[in-house]
Design a protein around this ligand. Structure first.
Ligand code: PLP
Length: 437
């Protein structure tokens, strides 16, 4: 059968029916490292990071900045790669901060998000030298001011603003609406009030504003609408409080292709379109161009990732349903359970075989919702021991993985220039037991 449409990213190829990823034989990698296995294509990560970095600099010169939203995939090597590519990072927890810090990331280029930073998080972030805090709400701002005062520092902050834009994507990743749990809304007056508060506090320095409207966005018009609202807000803050924002972060969110019928986006072209609009808008309202930030996660790492599983059982319930059980599941990929997310699942060593069976590909957790993907077309003679590949698993997979049922998490193996290396080793049963007294 013709499987060319399944090769949904250019780092996927085939030789004699075997799937190759980043130019490497997936069967050989499974043999070498075992399954389940996260593979990541380092060249693709770097390529995508450069698209953001170079295009933002092309559009805004030294005022254009790319941050990597490290919640998408966080381990030490990722921070080192981002530092090498000249990106800053968005971190959302003490754990992500510790990982970046230990990786030697220049912490002045780290932006600490999260909608609820504890006092301990705040103190730890300051001790690690995190450059900028992105503040969610007034109580947090008060706490940051207090901790900074105790430490005798003035902490640079940005304020997370809710622009009131619906990006029409999954509800769980739609964050820019007025009723979002994140940030201070413009229409309610909260955004203006928190700005006044930040300007009145002695131990914080307000550097500007941040927003993020959601994820899996395929349309420049959403960013243009965001820029429209946010630039008006910047002008309003200048008129109301005499405050000229130095920085504006318009968030992350560009979508990626999980299945063949989803579009691919020309991210550089879209950024140029948004930048052109922003320059026009800034000139029209008569403010100075701020430094402009974007903070993508998914679109840098998602299609740089692929998961390999070994089939453990093919269960055919005659007249009802078929199941293909694999040696991973919702512990390494919770996204179908969370969002009903679509995936491309391929028989990695028999791409050309007839896919005459429809089956739910399920994991090995004691949970009926442990589904990686329902209704997948697979060869009817599939048996235990065969290799399955799930595509586009670089974002929000390793970083969302759990130990439910005390299942150890898979390793992350990086692929580069025909070589492979372990970036995160496989968890062991000793690791699972390590915290128990
Ligand atoms: N910035 C913020 C504040 C976010 O919450 C997220 C994702 O949840 C991102 C950036 C990254 O979004 P994406 O991975 O869709 O690019």
């Amino acid at each position: 059968m013709d499987f060319s449409k399944d090769l949904i990213c250019e780092n996927l190829t085939a030789e004699e029916g075997v799937l190759y990823f980043a130019g490497q034989n997936t069967a050989a990698l499974a043999q070498k490292y075992g399954t389940p296995l996260y593979l990541m294509d380092e060249d693709r990560i770097r390529q995508q990071a450069r698209v953001y970095h170079d295009t933002l600099q092309e559009c805004f010169g030294e005022k254009g900045h790319a941050l990597y939203a490290s919640k998408a995939c966080s381990f030490k090597r990722m921070y080192a790669i981002m530092a090498e590519e000249g990106l800053g990072v968005d971190v959302v927890s003490a754990g992500e901060i510790a990982t970046a810090y230990k990786a030697g990331f220049p912490m002045e280029n780290a932006y600490f998000h999260s909608s609820n930073k504890t006092d301990a998080d705040v103190a730890y972030a300051m001790d690690c030298g995190v450059g900028t805090f992105v503040v969610d709400h007034p109580e947090e701002l008060t706490a940051i001011n207090a901790v900074a005062g105790e430490k005798g520092v003035v902490q640079p902050v940005m304020l997370r603003i809710t622009p009131g834009i619906d990006c029409h994507t999954y509800e769980a990743v739609n964050t820019g609406k007025v009723d979002s749990k994140f940030g201070s809304a413009i229409v309610t007056g909260d955004a203006s009030r928190i700005t006044a508060q930040a300007l009145s506090l002695p131990n914080v320095k307000l550097c500007g504003f941040h927003c993020h409207i959601g994820s899996q966005v395929f349309d420049s018009s959403v960013y243009i609408a965001t820029v429209d609202v946010m630039v008006d807000f910047l002008k309003d803050m200048l008129d109301t409080h005499g405050y000229a924002a130095e920085k504006l972060d318009i968030g992350g969110g560009y979508g990626v292709r999980y299945i063949a019928c989803e579009p691919t986006i020309d991210i550089a072209a879209s950024i140029r379109e948004v930048a052109a609009y922003m320059k026009k808008k800034v000139a029209a309202v008569g403010i100075e161009m701020p430094h402009v930030y974007m903070e993508p996660g998914r679109s840098i790492v998602a299609d740089a990732g692929l998961t390999l599983y070994t089939v453990g059982a093919v269960k055919k319930i005659e007249g009802y349903k078929n199941y293909v059980s694999v040696d991973g599941g919702m512990t390494d990929n919770p996204r179908f359970a969370l969002y009903g997310a679509p995936y491309t699942v391929l028989p990695a060593t028999r791409l050309g075989a007839d896919r005459d069976m429809t089956a739910d590909v399920v994991g090995r957790c004691c949970e009926s919702g442990d589904i990686i993907q329902p209704d997948v077309a697979l060869p009817g003679d599939m048996t235990r021991g065969e290799l399955l590949a799930v595509l586009t698993t670089g974002a929000y997979h390793y970083s969302m993985a759990s130990n439910y049922n005390r299942i150890p998490r898979p390793p992350v193996v990086m692929l580069r220039d025909g070589e492979s290396y372990v970036a995160v080793r496989r968890e062991t049963l000793e690791d699972i037991l390590a915290l128990d007294e």
